[in-house]
Design a protein around this ligand. Sequence first.
Ligand code: ZN
Length: 449
Amino acid sequence: MLDPVAPTPSPPLTGIRGWLIDAPEFGKLRSWPDGAIVLEGGLIVEIGDYMTLSKKPRPQPIRWQHSERVAVFPGLIDLHTHAPQYPSVARGTSELLPWLRQHVFPVERDFTGPRGRREAAAFIAEVARHGTTTAMLYTAIYEDSCDAIFQAAAERGLRVIAGKMMMDVGSYGAHQPSKILSISLTETERLIKKWHRANDGLIEYAVSPRFAVSCSERLMRSAAEIAQNHGTYVQTHLAENREEIEKVRHQFPQAQDYTDVYARAGLLGPRTVLGHCLHLSPREHEAIASSGAAIAHCPTANLFLRSGILPLDIVRGAGIPVGLGSDVAAGAELNLWRVMRGAVESQTARSFYEASPPLTPAGSLHLATQGAADALGKGRTIGSFDIGKEADLTVMDLGPMLPYRTKGASDLNADDVVSLCVYRGGPEAVVESYVRGRSVYSAPAPELF
Ligand SMILES: [Zn+2]
């Protein structure tokens, strides 16, 4: 006689213990010291004090991870970065256009074939190591460069929105100029069919015309049509640098301003993320706000290339959603805590010469989490600790950030912890990160000797 088959035990619930801190509203924090999140099926199903949740009677046990010694934040979101450019971080001293020619196009040109695949995997691993759970990024002009990034992101489980770089004016590719446009459109559509909403929706496509300087009007119109037809995101750069703006004025004399170039091509909409947007008129702010497009603010990149400082309160006041981007390699680091610090410090610098409010560390955390999620139209899915949201989390060890005279985190409040992370946080303090409840990065155990 056969033994009766034992019922399969249902998988245990997962609980994450730590000092939970999120910023669902700009400038305000919520905090659960020694708090806990219970996850089920990748979603947040309970949130509260660890003592209460751990003692609650339940039909199945909770598998607890981490301790009261870590801080847990919503997963960090990098709204603008460039995978092929990582090898050229911190290179050069020029402004945008000569820097692109001297330091960026040469590394983008090589981001293909076996080397492209190797670097794509390394780049995605680096993004995860920095505690970033969602990244919106550009690849190189090659179809295989985009394939490689999506493949690496799918294997890692990261949330990635990306697109093949599109440019048909002054491009670095080997194709004949007359064929660049049609090849670029064909490859973009093929990539969308293969990858858009792949890996259970964690991967999405962003149609990615570089910027108006390197795109014909035909390319931009066709790109907008493709994005519209397939419901993808659009990403491009806008008004980063004065020389760039001058060039666009000459290339597109029929447009009333730079923003109008994109509006006329049909590129502005609620699924559009515009990098930089430093030098815009009130009319342009209004046009962007009414289209529903968002801004990826990249403060470290803006300082590195001497591009300028975003009038943050003005663009937010105009009703434009804003998130933060590392903009590697114009930004020297993928570390979003460093980008938050750059945002805080650049707004402080701006306040020295014009009446403008400071940005607090809490405000910058909002921009890197809920603000960026809102910019992507994902504000109800990720960005804060709310029941029913997907569990994208970044777990930080406060130890490496505390100065030696501080006994521990016991004398800190939530604002202090966020400030500590913004001013001193980095990959060495990232313990683990999760996307939809699944671990996508776990720090190696410390060496004993
Ligand atoms: Zn960029």
